[in-house]
Design a protein around this ligand. Sequence first.
Ligand code: NAI
Length: 325
Amino acid sequence: MANYKVCVVGGAGGIGQPLSLLMAMDPNVSELCVYDLTLAMVPAEGVAADLSHLNHKAVVKGYAFDKDDRAIDKAEECLTGCSLVLIPAGVPRKPGQDRKDLLNINAGIAKNIVEACAKFCPDAVVALIVNPVNSVVPAMCELWKKKGLNPKKIVGITTLDCVRAEKFVHEVTGQPVGGISIPVIGGHAGTTILPLFSQDAAGATIPADKVPDLDKKVQDAGTVVVAAKNGKGSATLSMAFAGARLGRAVLSGLAGTPVTECAYVESTITDLPYFASKVTFGKDGVETVHDLGPLSDYEKGRLEALKPVLKEEIAAGLEYAAANE
Ligand code: NAI
């Protein structure tokens, strides 16, 4: 097993706490930093003290900063030496808030952190959970490239879409859940989420007339959780589970055992510059961005329909990057 330092930014939040728990249990993690603001619900130092008692090898440390602190001024000790920085920091979308406002707030939070990563851990894989992923990832990747750093280190986490698609296929087909692997391509919001049921043995048995509903169920799964939590949060536990699956894959790749997962990254496999597809993580982060593979007619139609939507969301991220150099 390897010994990597990992930081969870927003680590005292709804996603951040269970994600920190799962990362502290990863045998490739020797040091885990829980990074949050002093105004977080629970102090980051408290989350770290709690996790430091797990009988796993990771040393866990907490860092809390004031809201107005710039990470680049404060987070040196926390970020230096990190191989992986997971970022579930950010605010959820409020009812009535438009996408652009959310993008400005959350991209601002991400920029503060990503700039600090560029300075203190420029070799780290920076994995973004903060929404809207479709726009925040292009914005942060452009920023990273302007600093002369490797864009293959910037990753948008879309694993929750795969986790959900796999669970729903298991429920419909009764096939063992461990053997189900559904690639989910495109982006990470609404219709840009495209599960490729046809590429999995169990998924491929789903009758064609049932596929559109199952596709929609994957797209709407986040909204279902928001409604069930009655305004008190969005998916946190399943997101942490999914984020840890991606985090484990990244660390395994760094340690020399490549792992393939879907992720939203800079891409040339379609005419869009950012796209979610199967990605193999290796010693330098993203090693291979895989082609889409064979699609059913339904999937082909959905792909063409999602492209203009995703294109606009990518453009919003690139606009943010250009306006906030
Ligand atoms: P939360 O509000 O429970 O936690 C966010 C944490 O980030 C808080 O502890 C807050 O103090 C911290 N934070 C805010 N600004 C920060 C900064 N500048 N530096 C460090 N920490 C900062 O929210 P939750 O539910 O954990 O969601 C976090 C983000 O993840 C949101 O943007 C949400 O939309 C997104 N999300 C993404 C999903 C995905 O599949 N990619 C799924 C669900 C949520």
